[in-house]
Design a protein around this ligand. Structure first.
Ligand code: GLN
Length: 547
């Protein structure tokens, strides 16, 4: 045996239906193992053919979560980060597209030495490599397999994890299967049959689950637990009731009470004791459940009917609420309605306005109007990425006399206050991008530094003079307009270290008006709310006392 600790792999699959919260379940197990002092890493394997979700519409796939190192990933990685506090990396998000790309690149390079390249063993070998790549002394690696067992496209992943079980043995691998146990209202009964079928399907692929997580509305009755155990060949203690918990931050403690983490450890032959300290999770849950007040924040965006499109944003707002002991009521406003409707009537009485990230021209009239409303009426305004760009265009048009100010994202404009910059500095090197580049992977992505102006509002909020924040955008506020805009009171209070890219703008003569080119919501954690969200919600609390 070498001195290297050997990581244990916990594979989380899903059965019966999608959208059961597999990512949350995996993240909660990660949090529980971490609370017991283990080092945990979480990974997501998605069966679709996109190389990453960066080019997918939020309608298809919800939010694109961006890692510190600039990978565009599945939104479940956001749950992982919020529950474990660990920054994910590009190694932690793998798709079929990424796997095939590697296999095909190798094939073209002649690496397979004349072999016929096949799903088994070449694709499954590549999957096994990805599962084990870039680890760093972790005790547990949790690997969530996207999709539902039975999907054609998921088969190579299931085959790969079956093989890993053979190679590493039960001491180092575990299969957790999450299924649905529906309640049939007309019969007044819960049904175990879908779970039985799903486990049978897995068995047909050579995988016997070690643990079942049964998603249900209410706690799983004892007889149902026994029945599932009997038919699925699993000890009854390993059939865990994973009933609905609200808020999501109550899930780790709820799973612990059902014995989930204890069974996982026992399965690996590890001691169940000492019990994990879940005080932090209980305190977060308590604060969410019993706030001392409430503020209403209007979110003026485009994908408002699909909440998953703004998952991290919602969570970050909730964290801001936790920090201030208030409930944040999200008032989603479809920006396009302001093309026809009066903004004033709709936004009157809100305690804060947030314009989130976005792409494309549709809805911009409303977003610019919302920024104007907030500026003129001194309502706290938080512009994130696109929301900052819209606020800058608004100030340019209304205050700097640049009536034709616009963004080149929507076509040529005489006053490109927001434009495509051809180069920027990353890792000390100049990187280039141009209109001719393809859409996938041409954005400024991941962590970049912003230097904060001394004495600015944001420097006070962060309590720092330099910050690292995550980016995902193609366009930039054009530094050439800085002087004209600053003369109107819009301060460029955060800049890239070389001074060429505006990172933060703020209006000094306003209760709270901040635009940021990055996505602070990606870095917020329930136990460590992002300073900007904390401060924005605090400003909304002040506003709520005025209106
Ligand atoms: N569409 C804008 C850009 O590409 C803003 C992107 C965003 O809000 N994430 O720069």
């Amino acid at each position: 045996m070498s001195g290297e600790p050997a990581p244990r792999f916990i594979f989380v699959t899903g059965g019966v239906s999608s959208s059961l919260g597999k990512g949350l379940a995996a993240a909660s197990l990660g949090a529980l193992l971490q609370a017991r002092g283990y080092k945990v890493r979480m990974r997501k394997f998605d069966p679709y053919l996109n190389v990453d979700p960066g080019t997918m519409s939020p309608y298809q796939h919800g939010e694109v979560f961006v890692t510190v190192d600039g990978a565009e990933t599945d939104l479940d990685l956001g749950h992982y980060e919020r529950f474990t506090g660990n920054d994910a990396t590009r190694n932690d998000s793998v798709t079929t597209g990424k796997v095939y790309k590697q296999v095909l690149d190798r094939e073209r390079a002649g690496d397979y030495l004349g072999a016929t390249v096949q799903v088994i063993p070449h694709v499954t070998d590549a999957i096994k490599e990805f599962i084990q790549a870039g680890l760093d002394g972790e005790d547990f690696v949790l690997v969530e397999i996207g999709g539902t067992v039975g999907d054609i496209e998921g088969l190579p992943f299931l085959e790969a994890i079956r093989q890993l079980r053979q190679e590493l043995g039960p001491e180092r691998t575990m299969f957790v299967h999450l299924t649905l146990v529906p309640f049939i209202r007309s019969a007044g009964e819960i049904k175990t049959k879908p779970t039985q079928h799903s486990v049978k399907e897995l068995l047909g692929l050579g995988i016997q689950p070690d643990l079942l997580l049964c998603r249900s509305e209410d706690p799983l009755p004892e007889d149902a637990r026994r029945k599932i155990a009997l038919f699925c060949n699993i000890g009854a203690d390993r059939v865990i009731s994973a009933h609905d918990a609200d808020p999501i931050y109550a899930v780790p403690a709820a799973y612990h009470e059902q014995g989930f983490d204890g069974e996982v450890l026992a399965g690996f032959g590890l001691p169940r004791r000492p019990e994990p300290d879940l005080g932090l999770w209980r305190e977060i849950t308590r604060r969410v459940r019993s706030p001392e007040g409430s503020v209403r924040i209007a979110i003026v965006g485009k994908y408002t009917e699909l909440r998953d499109a703004y998952k991290s944003l919602s969570e970050a707002l909730r964290h801001g609420g936790i920090a201030n002991n208030v409930h944040v009521e999200e008032d989603w406003v479809e920006a396009e309605r302001f093309d026809r409707e009066d903004i004033v009537g709709r936004l009157a009485g809100v305690h804060g306005i947030l314009v989130p990230g976005g792409f494309g021209e549709r809805g911009t009239i409303g977003k610019i109007g919302a920024a104007r409303f907030a500026r003129e009426r001194k309502v706290p305004y938080f512009g994130i990425c696109f929301g900052m760009q819209m606020a800058v265009i608004e100030a340019a048009r209304s205050l700097a006399g640049l009536e034709e100010a616009g963004s080149t994202e929507f076509g040529p404009t005489p006053e490109p206050v927001v434009g495509l910059l051809e180069e920027w500095i990353a890792d000390g090197q100049v990187e280039h991008r141009s209109e001719a580049d393809g859409k996938g992977g041409t954005m400024r992505l991941g962590n970049h530094t912003a230097e904060l102006a001394r004495g600015s509002r944001v420097a006070g909020i962060y309590g720092a003079s330099r910050v690292e924040e995550r980016h995902r955008h193609r366009y930039e506020v054009n530094i050439r307009y800085r002087n004209r805009l600053e003369a109107t009171g819009l301060r460029f209070s955060g800049l890239s270290p070389d001074g060429s890219l505006p990172e933060i703008v703020e209006i000094e003569d306003h209760p709270w008006f901040v635009g940021v080119q990055f996505h602070p919501e990606l870095r917020s954690r329930p136990f460590d709310p992002h300073p900007l969200f904390r401060s924005f919600v605090d400003a909304a609390v002040t506003q709520s006392r005025l209106v």
